[in-house]
Design a protein around this ligand. Structure first.
Ligand SMILES: Nc1ncnc2c1ncn2[C@@H]1O[C@H](COP(=O)(O)OP(=O)(O)OP(=O)(O)O)[C@@H](O)[C@H]1O
Ligand SMILES: [Mg+2]
Length: 290
């Protein structure tokens, strides 16, 4: 089933985009999307109409951010993508229908929540090992994978610490390591750095974009922050509220790997202006506009 009713905004979809050593991982335009959302809406059991029908295709290698005012259905949409909630109408299809949301060997989905949700009584390495323990991975192999995941988030020296001995930013990095240890094909992140100060958040954003780039991940990320969204994303999905819906796709046409310098460019400022105006529109529009 085709879900693209509008021109494809995927970066790399045009003939000359994404070429060269500094290009983003090339999404494969003609490959089935990692997730295809077709007319998916959500009305919660209490009657809250959280999402009007959404059509969205997320392709391999994209870093897609859902950006919008509080209550516009970002978490609801992410939960649908995770398979944690079922759509009221419409369908979602993962990996071209070959695998469900839980995936199967070779197709894995990981979720990072806003809070690190670590087990306080367990050391950092045991926290990161949890998904492997649950999957019955032999201990020696699991330990090697935990070591590699902690190294990726620069926490190799903290494996034997308890969560309470770490800063908030370090705890979020443990949470990311726990998601990465399963080698996900699709990484879902719901405001993972929302509770952190801006400097720490910028640093973790830079780490995350490096990881995405090196590991060729596909990411769906949620944030309220225009600046975080521009810095990270290959595409921003701007959402509006009452009911939640997609207002516009904005492709961030900036090569990777991106560095802090991008934040102070005119191009960055121009995207910030465009998105500020779109968000003002998103906040102003109500159900009467539909
Ligand atoms: N499990 C649930 N049961 C009932 N209503 C829900 C549930 N989850 C969300 N809602 C409602 O759905 C609407 C959208 O909520 P959602 O959490 O998706 O918004 P959001 O864009 O993530 O907001 P925020 O930026 O504040 O996190 C809200 O009106 C909310 O009250
Ligand atoms: Mg939310």
């Amino acid at each position: 089933m085709s879900v693209d009713r509008t021109p494809d905004p995927t970066p790399g979809a045009t003939a000359d985009a994404g070429r060269g050593a500094t290009a983003a991982p090339m999404p494969v335009r003609d490959a089935p999307p990692v997730v295809a959302i077709a007319g998916a809406s959500k009305t919660w059991s209490g009657g809250t109409r959280a999402l009007a029908p959404v059509d969205l295709a997320i392709r391999a290698g994209e870093f897609v951010t859902l950006l919008g005012p509080s209550g516009c259905g970002k978490s609801t949409l992410l939960n649908l993508v995770a398979g944690l909630a079922a759509p009221t109408t419409g369908t979602l299809s993962w990996w071209g229908g070959a695998f469900d949301a839980t995936g199967s060997p070779g197709r894995r989905l990981a979720f990072v929540f806003q809070a690190p949700t670590l087990m306080p009584w367990a050391r950092v390495d045991a926290n990161v090992r949890l998904p492997l323990d649950l999957a019955g991975v032999p201990r020696a192999r699991a330990d090697a994978e935990v070591g590699a995941a902690l190294a990726r988030v620069r926490l190799g020296d903290f494996a034997r610490h308890f969560p309470r001995e770490l800063s908030g930013g370090m705890q979020m990095r443990v949470s990311i390591a726990r998601a990465l240890v399963t080698e996900p094909n699709l990484l879902l992140m719901d405001e993972p750095f929302g509770a952190l100060d801006e400097i720490t958040r910028n640093k973790l954003d830079a780490d995350l974009i490096q990881l995405w780039w090196k590991k060729k991940l596909t990411v769906v990320f949620v944030t309220h922050s225009i600046y975080e969204a521009i810095f990270l994303s290959t595409r921003i999905v701007v959402m509006a509220a009452r009911p939640g819906r997609v207002l516009k796709n904005v492709v961030i046409d900036e090569p990777h790997p991106r560095t802090e310098g991008f934040r102070v460019t005119q191009k960055f400022a121009a995207y910030a202006k465009e998105l500020t105006e779109l968000l003002a529109e998103a906040s102003a529009k109500g159900a009467t506009d539909l």
